[in-house]
Design a protein around this ligand. Structure first.
Ligand code: BT5
Length: 236
């Protein structure tokens, strides 16, 4: 479904995903909320996403259709990578499943949340945080980066948001690009799913955007959610 999003621009909010959810609950569909900073930016699995002034924090609603679901995060990742390239000049990679990396550090995280009615999703909220300029905390300085730090052109925030929306809504086929941009493909990795972890080689991306892993005992396993990090490195 092609959407023509109206952008609502805020100085500050707790989380743009939460803000847009309240609009969606009130029946709105074609809105994208952007904020200059978030006081409770969230990542996956209850983690937090640092959101100081200087970043782009955006969330938009995607009505359910039969082709959405798992591929939305992958589609958003490709849209962000394309938009970042066009608006900043930086080339970026994707770290399965939801991170955009530049020069080995995280530039952007994506959080897709579904709102369910029984076993059917009513709509999804796609939240995207891109570090543009300014300082992140010292804990993140080794694993995260900003457009400014990487020497990219600093885009106007709203223009970057519009470009991401445009790339997302007129994305076309994106499996090949999602796969080609993977930074850990072919590498020896540790994969985490819940409390389990697996030592493996990250062999491929399945046609439904899962991670195909060849475990050290030779068996092949597909992960459709979880975390993958370079072997020997922490959960970054
Ligand atoms: C994500 O989670 O990376 C999803 C982040 C989504 C943020 C957007 S901003 C707009 C919208 N509103 C929200 O409230 N959220 C969305 P995850 O894969 O779980 O990664 C979280 C981990 O990334 C943290 O545990 C940190 O290690 C790291 N991290 C936190 N803040 C970061 C930042 N600003 N830049 C890079 N890495 C960060």
């Amino acid at each position: 479904m092609q959407m023509n999003y109206r952008i609502i621009s805020l100085e500050e909010t707790d989380s743009t995903n939460k803000y847009v959810r309240s609009l969606a609950d009130a029946g709105k569909r074609d809105v994208c909320v952007i904020a200059k900073r978030q006081t409770m930016g969230r990542g996956r699995l209850g983690r937090s996403f640092e959101s100081p002034e200087g970043g782009l924090y955006m969330s938009f609603i995607v009505p359910f259709d039969d082709n959405s679901g798992d591929s939305l995060t992958a589609k958003a990742a490709v849209a962000v990578a394309r938009a970042v390239g066009e608006c900043t000049g930086l080339s970026s990679g994707i770290k399965w499943v939801n991170d955009i990396f530049v020069n080995g550090k995280k530039l952007c995280g994506i959080l897709t949340e579904g709102v369910w009615n029984g076993d059917r999703a009513e709509y999804f909220i796609v939240g995207i945080g891109v570090n543009l300029q300014g300082e992140l905390s010292t804990e993140l300085s080794d694993i995260a980066t900003t457009v400014e730090r990487e020497g990219g052109r600093l885009p106007d925030r709203e223009m970057l948001a519009r470009t991401i929306l445009e790339k997302f809504t007129v994305c076309g086929e994106f499996y090949g690009e999602y796969r080609d941009r993977q930074i850990l493909l072919g590498k020896r990795v540790t994969a985490h799913r819940g409390d389990e972890s697996f030592e493996a080689v990250f062999e491929d991306i399945s046609d439904d955007f899962g991670a195909v892993l060849r475990l050290d005992d030779g068996t092949v396993m597909k992960l459709s959610s979880g975390e993958i990090s370079l072997r020997g490195k922490g959960d970054d």
